[in-house]
Each structure stands twice: as structure tokens, then as C-alpha cells.
Design a protein around this ligand. Structure first.
Ligand code: NAD
Length: 302
């Protein structure tokens, strides 16, 4: 029998992820607080639910893709939330990027109510979500990951088991702190080269085949016009928001403080993204940090 999946949170990531489940033939009910986000899914054959209880009541699997900690707590733990209304024994998958402690707490509440729950944050950006090539980084019981695997495979290409509940979130945050640092480094290098008269396309090609190569340079170039189909080439829209990256760096700093682990570059990256957000760029894709770097230079030479 076709499995019934409830998908909650249909934004930049959740929208295309849910669409891939729809295309794969799952019986999908969807919910988002933003009506526009729901429409794209109903056009593709999903059923719009009026609220969370309606979305989850018959679902074998519930998947959530929400902005952050507070949204996840609300969607799972409120009286009108998932844990109060999901079908007995349902498998719950949270793919949002949140604090590992909160992921563990929510999973514990879910288990106490007889549900199975994994944290399964993703990497790969909006392009990976659309193409169904995301990387899932899973925390939770191995058996629960195996139950989730067929659905995850419709949305992603690589699926890693990082460890027990919360481990997926921890591994994801390590990755995103590194990503933040790499994006700033790539922006600085491109800005330096362009300031000295280099063509950013040529410089990108050189560094992509040299020891500075990295994902932000090769797949998600921050300089407009170097690469098609990336946020930089569409006014820094539709990608991974600066404020979401700032959220992830905050999560990284919380972990660093509680583990007494030194993260000097992560801390500095957070300061730069914070200043960029406060200057009004919070909703732009995080690769727009290049504009922040460019402005710094102009301010100094003026
Ligand atoms: P987004 O803001 O585009 O989408 C979040 C969606 O959740 C929105 O449509 C919003 O209306 C909905 N929502 C909020 N509260 C809700 C509620 N109570 N009930 C139902 N829906 C609710 O964010 P996104 O870019 O899709 O990111 C989602 C998560 O994935 C975040 O945790 C982010 O850190 C992570 N992530 C994003 C990217 C990326 O490239 N955008 C990449 C990897 C991971």
C-alpha cells in the first residue's frame, strides 16, 4: 500500500523536497503557515491540510523542514502539534537544522509517546533539494533510519548515520560552520583578484583546479555572473538565507562553549554575518557576504 507522508514546512528547501516525494508517488498531505508555499504542492497533486492535526492524522511518516528551534518545538510539542495528533507508531523525521539538545529532547518526548523519531538535517542547498541530491545527516536508531531510507532516497543521494539522537544536528553544524568560513574566504579571494584586475571567471577556474578549491567556489560561486543557476546570479535570492547561516553559527558557538572547543574562525565568521544581516541583508542568500566584503574595501579606500 502507498505510504502516506505528511510534510510540514514548504519553504526554499521543504517545497522542492516535498515535490520530489509527490513525483515519486507518495500520498502526500502538506501544511505550511504561508498559503503560497502550499499552492505549489497542491498543483503537483498533494493534499493541502488546514492545520497540523489534519496533516498528520493518517500519516505513516511525518517530515518537518522548519526554520529553527522554536518552530520545531511548537510544531511537535504544542497541543495542536505533531505528537498530540500523529498516528500511533508513526515515523517522525525532522530535517530542520536545530540545536542538538532540542533535537534530543523532542525525540525523547516522541519516543515516550510511542513514536519513532530521527533528526535528519540536510546539506546541498536549494539546488540539491530540487534535484533530489541532498545529503542527509541522520541521528537516531539505525532501524529507524532504515525505515526512513526509501523516502529519504527520493530526496537525497547520500545518507549518513552520524550516531544517536542529536548526532545528525551536531555533524550538520560542524559542516555549516566550515561552509560559513569557506564562503567568506572565497569572497575575499575573489574580491582581491577582481580588485587587482583579474576576471572572476578565470580566477574561479584557476582556484577550482588549485589548492584553494572548495564547494563555494565550484558549486555556489558568490560572484554574480560567474556561474548560472546560483543565488549570486539572481540577485542573491532563493538560496540559504544570511539569517539562517547566522542561526547555524549561533548554534555552533553554543556547542563550542559547552564543549570548551576553540572555534576562532567560526566566531569571527559569526561576527561578519551578524554585521551583514544588521546592514539589511538578512533575507539575501548567504553568498551575498561577498557584497559585505566588497563594501569593506570601498569604505577603507574612500
Ligand atoms: P524557509 O524559511 O524558506 O522555509 C521554512 C518554512 O517553514 C516556511 O515556508 C515557513 O512558512 C514554514 N513554517 C514556519 N513555521 C511554521 C509552522 N509553525 N508550521 C508550518 N510551517 C511553518 O527555510 P529553508 O531555507 O527552507 O530552511 C529550512 C531549514 O533547512 C532551516 O532549518 C535551514 O537552516 C535548513 N537548511 C536550509 C538550506 C538552504 O539552502 N536554504 C540548506 C540546508 C539546510
Amino acid at each position: 500500500m502507498t505510504q502516506h507522508i505528511a510534510f510540514i514546512g514548504l519553504g526554499n528547501m521543504g517545497g522542492p523536497m516535498a515535490l520530489n516525494l509527490c513525483k515519486a508517488g507518495y500520498n502526500l498531505s502538506v501544511f505550511d503557515v504561508m498559503p503560497d508555499a502550499v499552492k505549489k504542492l497542491t498543483d503537483a497533486g498533494a493534499t493541502a491540510a488546514a492545520d497540523i492535526p489534519t496533516a498528520v492524522k493518517n500519516a505513516d511518516i511525518v517530515i518537518t523542514m522548519l526554520p529553527g528551534n522554536e518552530h520545531v518545538k511548537k510544531v511537535y510539542l504544542d497541543a495542536s502539534g505533531v505528537l498530540a495528533h500523529a498516528k500511533a507508531g508513526a515515523l517522525l523525521i525532522d530535517s530542520s537544522t536545530i540545536n542538538a539538545d532540542i533535537a534530543r529532547d523532542v525525540a525523547k518526548s516522541a519516543t515516550q509517546k510511542g513514536f519513532r523519531m530521527i533528526d535528519a538535517p540536510v546539506s546541498g542547498g536549494t539546488a540539491g533539494a530540487a534535484a533530489g541530491t541532498l545529503t542527509f545527516i541522520v541521528g537516531g536508531a539505525a532501524a529507524d533510519l532504515e525505515s526512513a531510507r526509501p523516502a529519504l532516497e527520493k530526496m537525497g543521494k547520500n545518507i549518513f548515520h552520524a550516531g544517536a539522537s542529536g548526532a545528525g544536528q551536531l555533524a550538520k553544524i560542524c559542516n555549516n560552520m566550515l561552509l560559513a568560513v569557506l564562503m567568506i574566504g572565497t569572497s575575499e579571494a575573489l574580491n582581491l583578484g577582481v580588485s587587482g584586475g583579474l576576471d572572476p571567471k578565470v580566477l574561479s577556474e584557476i582556484m577550482s583546479k588549485s589548492s584553494g578549491r572548495n564547494w563555494t567556489l565550484e558549486v555556489y560561486n558568490p560572484m554574480p555572473g560567474v556561474m548560472e543557476n546560483v543565488p549570486a546570479s539572481r540577485g542573491y535570492t532563493g538560496g540559504f538565507g544570511t539569517d539562517l547561516m547566522l542561526k547555524d553559527l549561533g548554534l555552533a558557538m553554543e556547542i563550542a562553549a559547552s564543549a570548551a572547543a576553540a572555534t576562532p574562525l567560526g566566531a569571527h565568521a559569526r561576527e561578519l554575518y551578524k554585521a551583514h544581516s544588521e546592514a539589511g541583508s538578512g533575507k539575501l542568500d548567504f553568498s551575498s557576504i561577498l557584497q559585505f566584503v566588497e563594501k569593506q574595501k570601498l569604505a577603507k579606500s574612500a
